[in-house]
Each structure stands twice: as C-alpha cells, then as structure tokens.
Design a protein around this ligand. Structure first.
Ligand code: PHE
Length: 335
C-alpha cells in the first residue's frame, strides 16, 4: 500500500501526506511499532529489526520520489513559459566606419612597404597649407571662399599636403610616410561633397626616387583595396606642388570601364568608366627648396587620395552624405 501511495503522489505535498500517514507520530508503522509490547518477549527483538528495516526502505523511497516529482515540476514550468534552449537575438557588435576601414587597409599596405604612418594638425598656417607648397598668394584655392580661416594666418587645412612640408622640415631625406586625416573645404554639401572629408597623403623622397616608383606603389595600393585585377590609370593633370602631375583613376567596378550599366549611363562613374581617387606627381623643386632640401640631390613623389572616394567605390555608396548621417546599421550593413 505504501509503495502504491508513493507512486500515485503527484507532488511534494502529496508525498509528505504519505509520509505522515505511514511514518508520522500517529502513522500506521508507528502503531505497529507500539504493538511490539503485546508480543511474547523472545519475539520482540526480531519484530523490532523487521520494522526498522521497513522504515529505512520507506524513507529511501520517499527521498527518491521527492527528487522525481521536483524534477518533473521544474520541467513542466520551463515548458510552460520559457524555452531556455531557444536561440536569442543575435548580438549587435557594430563595425568599423568604412572610412576608417579604408584608412586601416591603406596604412597596412604602406607599413608593409616600409612607410611610417604620421598624423598632423587640422589647424594649419597658410604658410604650410599654401606658400611652402608653391601655391602663390593669388591662387584661387587661397580665397576665403574655399577655406575655413580661423584667423588671417590660421585655417583648417584644405588637404593633408602641408604634412609633406612639416615632415620634410623635421627629418632629412630619405623619407617615406603616409598621412591619413581630415581636410576641410568650404564646399556646399551635396551627394559628392562634404565640407569635412578624409585624405591619405603619401610622400617618398630620396636619392633617385622617380615616377615609376609612384606608379608601382599606387597600382599596388589599388590592387590591395579593390582586388588583384583592379585597373589603374594615370591621367596628366596639374598641381602647383608637383611636376609632372597625374590624377589617379581606377576602373569603375560597377561597369568595368564600359560606362554603361543595364543599358543606362553608369551611376557609379557617371559614364566615364573610371573613378578618380586622388592626385599625385613628382614633388616640385620649389617645394623641396622651401624645406631646405636640394632638388639636385634628391627627388620625390607625393600623392593624396580621398578616403570617402575610395570607400564609395569599394562599398558601392552613391551619396557621400551617408558617411556622416549616423544611420544605425550603416557600417554593419557594409561589412
Ligand atoms: N593635395 C591634393 C588635393 O587635395 C592632392 C595631391 C597630393 C596631389 C599630393 C599631388 C600630390 O587635391
């Protein structure tokens, strides 16, 4: 009867009732134990032993049964409300901003080739931003319209090129550096312009440095950024601080240089088949002279690339404002 009662008890409370009914102070087994006194004396010890063994076994069965009903109760409660094995929502880890990702990749390429990464101030003298770079006082870039002046002789740098001047003044040749950083221009904001953007400057000066080095290094950089089959083109151009000068173009990834996409003019490159990512050239002798270098003894090249430009091409972003709009998930969506 005891064993059936234990098996039928649905929960801990019912089990306790079984325990009281059999083993409690006025329970059945207790009653049997009290009746030992009515037995002939020689039989009493034997009867006591049998009862003790029975009580021990009953207590063990109650302990097991209690563990069983408790486990069953726990399982029922989990099943009713929470499935603890159900996968949770994926953790949002965030991602690097695409401009920073490009800067990191460019820096990795150049440090591998022995270049140092240096940073410079965003507030510059106009001597460093213009004069030392062979930009004459009447050059349109110097007009207040194009630059943010803080004082008559202090402005937010309009490019990273003043770091060419600072670096060469500080160190003698040879020199091999890149300079990632912000630049500022008073441009109206639209799909292709921000008044603050990022560039990476490159500068290599030494004995016998020539344009072939520049081309090799930049083609290597573009292959690293855009894939081993990236096509690069150098288009003759003009900068006051380089001579000769060249614009750096990369073949448009969207139309592969055809200028057409789905029968329409390619949106990514505007139909030219190429995307301009920056300017470059051989450092002008006047710039070398302005920092105390001898143009007859050393030569050098420099380049400046727009990081937003590179990121737009790489991640297929068609509006430069996306970089500063801070839309949640923007960077994660690109990774
Ligand atoms: N400073 C130039 C610009 O901002 C780019 C450049 C850098 C060109 C170095 C030649 C050499 O457009």
């Amino acid at each position: 009867r005891f064993e059936r009662a234990v098996a039928d008890a649905p929960d801990a409370r019912a089990l306790d009732e079984v325990r009281v009914a059999f083993l409690g102070r006025s329970g059945e087994v207790t009653g049997v134990r009290r009746s030992i006194g009515t037995l002939p004396p020689p039989e009493r010890p034997g009867a006591g032993k049998v009862i003790n063994a029975a009580v021990e076994s009953m207590e063990a069965q109650l302990t097991d049964a209690l563990a069983r009903v408790e486990r069953a109760a726990l399982e029922r409660s989990l099943g009713d409300t929470i499935d603890v094995t159900f996968p949770g929502p994926p953790a949002r880890l965030g991602a690097l901003h695409p401009v920073r990702q490009v800067a990191i990749d460019v820096a990795r390429y150049f440090t591998r080739h022995g270049f140092a990464v240096v940073l410079g101030p965003e507030i510059e003298t106009d001597a460093n931003n213009f004069d030392a770079l062979n930009i004459p006082p009447d050059h349109p870039a110097r007009e207040g319209l194009d630059s943010f002046y803080l004082r008559p002789d202090r402005l937010l740098r309009t490019h990273t090129s003043p770091m060419q001047v600072r670096s060469m003044r500080r160190h003698g040749p040879p020199i091999a550096i890149i300079v990632p950083g912000k630049a500022y221009r008073r441009d109206a904001v639209d799909a292709r312009h921000l008044y603050m953007f990022h560039q990476v400057e490159g500068l290599m000066v030494g004995h016998g440095v020539h344009f072939g080095h520049l081309k090799g290094v930049l083609v290597g950089m573009c292959r690293e950024l855009f894939g081993a089959d990236a096509d690069v083109r150098f288009r003759p151009s003009f900068f006051p601080f380089t001579e000769p000068s060249a614009e750096i173009d990369v073949k448009c990834p969207a139309c592969h240089g055809t200028g057409m996409q789905d029968g329409l003019q390619c949106r990514t490159c505007g139909g030219s088949g190429w995307i301009e990512i920056g300017g470059s050239g051989m450092v002008h002798p006047n710039v070398l002279r302005s920092v105390g270098y001898d143009p007859d003894a050393v030569s050098g090249w420099a380049f400046g690339c727009g990081l937003e430009r590179i990121a737009m091409k790489r991640y297929d972003i068609d509006d430069i404002r996306a970089f500063v709009e801070n839309v949640p998930g923007f960077a994660e969506g690109l990774a």
